[in-house]
Design a binder for this molecule. Structure first.
Ligand code: GLN
Length: 187
């Protein structure tokens, strides 16, 4: 399986490492030429959503990425990546997201909690994280931490507020790869 990782800025190297550990081929996307390679899925990492939006715009990547996702390309957005997919940015997912939702004090923390479809609790590292404030119909909430929605899936799109790539546990990435397999089977 070949996974594209958006690498404009932010925590892309850790995703690369984890996906390779799971046996995937990966490549980084910094411009339109990179984007125009065949791929089975896309990862949008954490970082700074405003900076990422600006670079996406400058590189002419917004519409190509948006269209590919709307046409079914599986995508996994973590943290800032979740913000980029919401109804105020690329709007491929019918969710509303609050940026820096935990405020400055509680901006970064670690916890372990449930994730739908994974048996045991998974480690969750939050870094100035957003959470989901609204999900549309057709969007399934996969994890709720302290009453806040922190992971969701809408068909080919998966988002988490936290950073599964920053711990050793590969199960959320495996969940994404399973999503890709199922979508390919359905095609
Ligand atoms: N606070 C960042 C933003 O608003 C997201 C933080 C992250 O991706 N770790 O874009």
């Amino acid at each position: 399986m070949k996974i594209a990782i958006l690498a404009l800025q932010g925590a892309f190297a850790e995703h690369e490492q984890m996906l390779r550990q799971l046996g995937c081929d990966t490549f980084l996307i910094r411009c339109l030429d990179d984007w125009n390679q065949p791929k089975d899925g896309l990862v949008i990492p954490g970082g700074e959503s405003t900076a990422m939006m600006r670079i996406l715009q400058d590189e002419g990547l917004i519409e190509p990425i948006r269209q590919a996702i709307l046409q079914g390309l599986p995508v996994f957005g973590t943290c800032a990546g979740m913000i980029l997919l919401d109804d105020a940015h690329l709007h491929t997912m019918d969710i509303s997201v609050r940026r820096n939702a935990y405020g400055r004090q509680l901006g970064s923390f670690y916890t372990e909690d449930h994730f739908e479809g994974v048996d045991q609790m998974i480690p969750m590292t939050f870094i100035r994280a957003p959470y989901i404030t609204r999900v549309g119909q057709g969007c399934k909430v996969l994890s709720v931490v302290d009453g806040n929605m922190v992971a969701a899936q809408q068909e080919n799109q998966l988002v988490t507020s936290f950073h599964p790539e920053l711990n050793q546990d590969t199960r959320v990435h495996s969940y994404f790869l399973e999503m890709i397999r199922k979508s390919q089977f359905a095609m």
